[in-house]
Design a protein around this ligand. Sequence first.
Ligand SMILES: Cc1cc2nc3c(=O)[nH]c(=O)nc-3n(C[C@H](O)[C@H](O)[C@H](O)COP(=O)(O)OP(=O)(O)OC[C@H]3O[C@@H](n4cnc5c(N)ncnc54)[C@H](O)[C@@H]3O)c2cc1C
Length: 421
Amino acid sequence: MRDSPNEFDVIVLGAGVIGVNAAYWNLRHGKSVCVIDRQPASGLETSFANGGQVSVSHAEPWANPAAPLKVLKWLFRSDAPLLFRPRLDVRQWLWLARFLVDCLPRRADRHTAEIVKLATQSRDLIRTVRAEEGFHYDERSKGILHFYRDRRDFESAIRVAALMRKYGCNRTVIDADQVVEIEPAFNDMRGEIAGATYTPEDESGDAFKFTQALAQICERKGGIFLYNHQVTALEADRACRQVRSVEICGPDGYRTLRARDVVVSMGSWSAPFLRRYGVKLAIYPAKGYSVTIPTGGSNGAPVVSLTDDEHKLVYSNLGDRLRVAGTAELSGYSRDLNYGRCQAILRNVKALFPRAGNFEHASFWSGLRPATPSNVPYVGRTRYRNLWLNTGHGTLGWTLGAGSGFRIADMIAANEGPLAA
Ligand SMILES: Cc1cc2nc3c(=O)[nH]c(=O)nc-3n(C[C@H](O)[C@H](O)[C@H](O)COP(=O)(O)OP(=O)(O)OC[C@H]3O[C@@H](n4cnc5c(N)ncnc54)[C@H](O)[C@@H]3O)c2cc1C
């Protein structure tokens, strides 16, 4: 369908890593696709400077049986890995209540299984697309190593690793000597490591470069990207359960676009945007930070992608930069940088890898993870027959993006899919 410049088969709202993946897979189904974003280019919001891990091994959601006690312990520490700042916002409290329910062992196991399945499919698709389209994004296929200094944390990781292996993720348990063998940068702290797990098939790279490269490939396949355009409204017919058009506002004013199908991939803004159409999503922004350290000339930076369980930080070597990201703050939609939290990350990196790079020239960033209580994203239809959800990927948007883009494109092509909200 492309009878007029304002008509498409599929309109994707949002050009983050999730929206761009959705566009790509719909284009592969032969659809005409238009992507709308308020930013001047793709990947400039939460997909910009994330931790860089494609990590099936990270599938255990934050909402797990150990979480409530840890969160209580961290409640009053401003540098806590997971920080809750209570607000007069009923949605924040409702989200937290659902998070606590999702910590129940059976629910946490079920969500882990769902995420492992989607993440594994997604990681395979990322490799396929990279090979078929021939593009690069500082990717490394050296696996992901989760290391533990606390023996009790390591022992509970052994249980989680076994659960993941049951669902098909090859997360193996290793000792400190094997850690140093895999990542020699750990040599000086061998004695501090209680143990680790290693997932050789996991990968890392620059999610922003990936998103931009995939957006360019989409354009070459005929996809239209309208940047600097705010999505302002949907013309939603509740009686006919159909979205008739999308209203956008750009440099030339308001414009109306029509499409057979509309996919919502607006990250943390999906929930407030859809509320007025009666589609209620349990997505709350979980602010995270990243620090990027130039590594030129130094040889002490880890090469393998790492997860420091104690501080909830991930490390990815992006060629001439070391990206370290993590922590979560449930404090609303502000992206303000908290200097104390940025410095806390930097201190951790310096303590662990003092020769990693030029710490004086580190840059800081924050992003809002579109977090669902279970960390399982919404991928499916809404009460409107042609309005689809591909959003709420929380801590794992890059990892899950190809898989969920593939699935939503399949559902649209078949014109059927599960009711997601
Ligand atoms: C610190 C940190 C570390 C992370 N580390 C990892 C990691 O190592 N591995 C991993 O897999 N994931 C990681 N993540 C999670 C991952 O980055 C996110 O899940 C992912 O970026 C979400 O992508 P998205 O496309 O849904 O959202 P976004 O990238 O935010 O994209 C949404 C887009 O919608 C647009 N938009 C919103 N509202 C409107 C509107 N009204 N009109 C027009 N446009 C609109 C925005 O401009 C934006 O471009 C991390 C996140 C953070 C914060």
